[in-house]
Design a protein around this ligand. Structure first.
Ligand code: FAD
Length: 433
């Protein structure tokens, strides 16, 4: 398999505050909990465990935030793919209500953590707009806004004119605005979580890839590539879109497409005033969605599909650059300063999956596109569970590891559907892509 695309070419790497220093694991260590993977899920688990007085060591193959957590669009959006009524239909009324409350609170948690720990994270909480690209989707987002409004959420349906005014583009037929959401510098947030966790007492080691996980009686031995090990009675695996073969069949439970992003150089003040003038973050209702926003220095970001494989050259981002020109003709000619990508892990039911294949071994996988809030909250919930032993603290049921049938073919199939959706998703994309 090709080496994964590095973090360095991203806008976020170029503009994040310096990371708290973390050294590789040099000698054997012991802890109550060993966390594998330092993205939002692993870091939030470590922070909340350390705050509860539980000793925790985090082992990260690269640096904190190297995975999806340092590469994403920085859109902090509460909720999951399913609306509250769909969640109730799937999980039952009572469990569904509890899950809706959990997924509805994930953006609050991110902004609270940033504020509470005084993290150096540029952010703006002006809401998220979901643009509808077909008449049927206009009805869907109208219903979606009404469902959340009925739960007291500050949300509005937007007609075509309203969405055009807020986006600065007339490409959508309607939309809805969820004011719980906002935008962050995602790598700054990951680094802020790491710093807060270290200050609370967590030990974090970078450049410490875990290569073996072995049970010794009541404890786990977690061995790194350098040879040093951590011994802990409990282990949390939070490797998500970068999951390897540590746990048999785990990687085969998800499909891991690459999501691609381009960012322009900073827009002039005049131009920036015509594009997302109020600073919302945005995505749309396509199967292979477009997601876009301005960063804190007025660069315009456009994210979306790309090849399943690792990129070869700048031409792999060219379709997104064309979308910018179609959606915002006024930005045509503004140079693109950054092109990067990262892997998301998609589960069969589009929900994050929790597994406990053996006592003391907890796995969280399946990041979808809501991971900034969701994985931060999953980390907090996993820490609560580990601290109390109460499984009811986990928002999703613990399920067996069940590989997707014909996993390798599935990955090929995803490459094919990326092409298919490109040809069939309605509205602007055909002209834009
Ligand atoms: C391009 C892109 C855009 C996205 N946009 C958004 C968005 O706008 N909003 C949103 O909410 N979500 C978005 N997402 C999803 C979001 O980024 C993820 O859901 C989230 O970051 C996942 O966090 P995590 O902690 O679960 O995993 P990750 O952040 O991926 O962390 C996993 C870590 O595990 C480490 N690791 C793997 N194997 C080992 C090993 N053997 N030993 C030690 N360490 C290991 C990796 O190096 C990595 O750092 C996007 C994702 C991508 C890729």
């Amino acid at each position: 398999m090709a080496e994964p695309f590095p973090l360095e070419p991203s806008l976020w790497h170029a503009t994040a505050p310096a990371a708290a220093p973390v050294s590789p694991l040099a000698a054997d260590a012991a802890a109550d909990v060993c966390v594998i993977g330092a993205g939002y899920a692993g870091l939030s688990t470590a922070l909340h465990l350390a705050e509860a007085g539980i000793s925790v060591v985090v082992l990260e193959a690269h640096e904190p935030g190297w995975g999806g957590s340092g590469r994403n669009g920085g859109q902090v959006i509460p909720g999951i793919k399913y609306d509250p009524s769909e969640i109730a239909a799937k999980f039952g009324v009572d469990a569904g209500e509890a899950l809706t409350r959990f997924v509805g609170s994930t953006a609050d948690l991110v902004f609270d953590l940033i504020d509470r720990h005084g993290m150096d994270v540029p952010y703006k909480r002006a809401g998220w707009i979901q643009g509808a690209h077909t008449p049927a989707m206009v009805e869907t987002v109208k219903r979606r806004a009404a469902e959340w409004q009925a739960r007291g959420v500050d949300a509005d349906f937007l007609d075509k004119d309203a969405v055009a005014r807020l986006l600065g583009s007339d490409r959508y037929l309607g939309g809805w605005l969820d004011r719980r959401a906002g935008g962050v510098q995602p790598l700054a947030y990951a680094r802020g979580l790491a710093k807060a966790a270290i200050e609370a007492g967590a030990r974090i080691h970078g450049q410490s890839r875990v290569v073996a996980l072995k049970r010794n009686g009541a404890s786990w031995s977690v061995r790194t590539a350098q040879g040093a090990s951590v011994t802990a009675p409990r282990v949390v695996v939070a490797t998500n879109g970068y999951t390897g073969d540590l746990i048999p069949k785990l990687r085969q439970t998800v499909i891991r497409p690459n999501s691609f992003i381009v960012a322009t150089e900073a827009l002039s003040d005049n131009l920036a005033g015509t594009i997302l003038p109020e600073g919302q973050v945005t995505s749309d209702t396509r199967q292979l969605l477009l997601y876009f926003r301005k960063d804190h220095q007025n660069r315009l970001l456009m994210g979306g599909r790309g090849p399943f494989r690792e990129p070869k050259d700048a031409s792999d981002w060219a379709h997104l650059e064309r979308v910018v020109g179609k959606m915002y003709p006024q930005a045509k000619g503004v140079p693109f300063g950054f092109r990067w990508c990262g892997r998301v892990a998609l589960t069969r039911d589009f929900l994050p999956h929790l597994h406990e294949p053996e006592p003391g071994l907890l796995v969280d996988i399946g990041c979808m596109g809501r991971g900034v809030g969701l994985q931060s909250a999953m980390g907090k919930a996993m820490a609560d569970y580990l601290a109390t032993g109460d499984r009811a603290r986990l928002p999703f049921p613990v399920v067996p590891i069940k590989p997707l049938p014909l996993h390798a073919l599935n990955e090929l199939y995803v490459s094919a559907i990326i092409t298919w959706y490109r040809l069939t998703d309605g509205g602007m994309k055909d002209k834009a892509a």
